[in-house]
Write a protein that binds this ligand. Sequence first.
Ligand code: NAD
Length: 257
Amino acid sequence: MTSETDQSVQKLAELLGAATRGVAFTGAGISTESGIADFRSPGGVWSRHKPVMFQDFLRDPAERRRYWQIRRESIPSFMAATPNAGHRVLARLEEDGRLAAVITQNIDELHQRAGSRRVVEVHGTAMKVACLSCDRRYTGEDIQVRLEAGEDEPACGDCGGILKSMTVSFGQDLPQDVWAEAVELTRACDVFLVMGSSLVVQPAAGLPEMAAAGGARVAIVNREATPLDDLADVVIHGGIGETMERVMAHLDSGAGC
Ligand code: NAD
């Protein structure tokens, strides 16, 4: 890393060292080091498939079958994944009283498995499936077994209704209570730390601007530039695991306090 990056690592450690109600905002990039491809990179799901829009899912059985086929193909990498250094650092920052919560666009539940307690999932979770009629819940594993056994459009075992992953699909509204919680945390935070998001999916990508408008310091750790880099107090273009281990080493040495 360059000395410019060294300075940014130190500055991020200082921001986090002083934080008492920070918020981390994470995207698919925090889970690539756990073996889950992000959406836009080569090898990611959407480089191979057009997403199924929510309205098409509801009205067209052929689109539902396509949906389940995409899920059947992508979910094994989610099930095999375990949390990485980036997830663990955020759990520790919460435990140390520096972070109030993680707001995530991810649907893999890796933050919870790393030990983060307050996780706001603005795009829901792929690890559970629900009936759109009676709300019966199924584990991801149960549905995967059925898909692999040859069901191309699994139906609810109780009422025969349409099942769907508990994710927010393209064209589907964000759950209002979850979004309200994300906005409240963002408005109240002192540091807003973006990790592994291209910051192009709205409305979630508007949160850093909201945090800055409320007086928070904004930091971005992402491999590539984002449209909001100019807004941030600290920008580090690098891998999350390596960067955050260096940030924590600064914090642990007392340099960040
Ligand atoms: P994105 O794919 O648009 O952007 C990910 C960003 O992370 C990219 O800018 C990339 O350069 C960066 N990145 C990748 N690996 C990195 C690493 N190791 N260190 C630092 N940066 C890294 O993802 P997004 O902005 O989160 O939005 C896409 C949508 O994809 C989200 O809504 C989310 O719901 C969904 N998604 C979730 C998962 C998951 O749950 N793990 C996986 C794929 C997609």
